[in-house]
Design a protein around this ligand. Sequence first.
Ligand SMILES: [Zn+2]
Length: 91
Amino acid sequence: MRRTIEIPEKVILTENHPCVRDRRFRPAACPACGKAFWSGQAIALVPIGPGENPEAQRLCREGLAYNAACIPAHWWCVTGEVEETVLRSPK
Ligand SMILES: [Zn+2]
């Protein structure tokens, strides 16, 4: 299923989100500040490009919409918008 998103897309982390739960998921920490993700934080999914998907690469070359590979980063590290969750410490 395809959908159009705002860039960056804002996601609130839950305890079951791979960024919080699964340390095999990379990056395990925010690439902008190096700090870990934890439940309740807002993150942005930052598109980095078409990745290895040939169809996405073709659409990208043609200037059309495509499914992008994304990396997670803290919402405030991407947008500068500080939220209440910044003040919370990890459980
Ligand atoms: Zn960060």
